[in-house]
Design a binder for this molecule. Structure first.
Ligand SMILES: CC(C)(COP(=O)(O)OP(=O)(O)OC[C@H]1O[C@@H](n2cnc3c(N)ncnc32)[C@H](O)[C@@H]1OP(=O)(O)O)[C@@H](O)C(=O)NCCC(=O)NCCS
Length: 159
């Protein structure tokens, strides 16, 4: 149903131009040029997610991009970053997209566990991952702005 490809320059431009409504504007990218380079850097493992018609509908990342300074990441797990195109959010499809990301991640990395780090206020995102069997692992505060985050993990990687 969804196709994945490495983010290219055109996708990176599009993704960094996405604007979420408050309170989710926390996820908006304001320094677009730097952010484009960041999305294109191979180490950050950013993938575009396309629907059946080839439209860019979401993105995901694997690895360090999904971590937030202040969290304890000593357990072995694949960190996942994820965002749906703003106009497609809030339509009850979050689990469908996130499940596709897990399936793709599983074929690519065969991880021991999946992990997501989410701003504590973002109940919508937390709900999506909880519905996919992710469980609370820790809560922490980011030192730079005292923002609260939580880490959820799923140790069963059979999707
Ligand atoms: C987070 C995200 C993936 C969720 O997907 P979505 O399609 O918007 O979410 P849905 O519409 O499927 O809603 C998911 C659940 O949250 C619930 N929800 C929505 N707003 C909520 C709120 N303010 N408080 C509590 N629950 C809420 C919905 O009712 C739904 O639960 P249900 O299935 O039990 O009814 C998507 O909004 C997104 O990409 N947002 C921008 C980036 C982001 O937040 N990233 C976070 C890292 S994952």
């Amino acid at each position: 149903m969804f196709a994945f490809r490495r983010v290219d320059k055109s996708d990176a431009r599009t993704i960094t131009s996405w604007r979420y409504e408050p309170p989710y504007n926390f996820y908006n990218n304001l320094q677009q040029d730097a952010e484009i380079d960041y999305l294109l850097h191979p180490q950050n493992n950013f993938y575009s997610i396309l629907d059946a018609t080839g439209e860019l509908v979401a993105y995901c990342s694997f690895g360090q991009d999904g971590q937030v300074i202040g969290g304890d990441y000593r357990d072995e797990a694949l960190d996942i970053g994820f965002g749906i195109r703003p106009d497609l959010t809030g339509r009850g499809k979050g689990v469908e997209y996130a499940k596709a990301v897990l399936e793709f991640a599983d074929t690519l990395f065969e991880p021991k566990a999946f992990r997501v780090t989410i701003a504590a206020f973002n109940k919508r995102a937390i709900r999506v991952w909880q519905k996919l069997e992710f469980e609370h692992q820790q809560s922490f505060e980011r030192g730079s702005d005292r923002m609260q985050f939580i880490i959820l993990m799923r140790t069963n990687c059979i999707i």
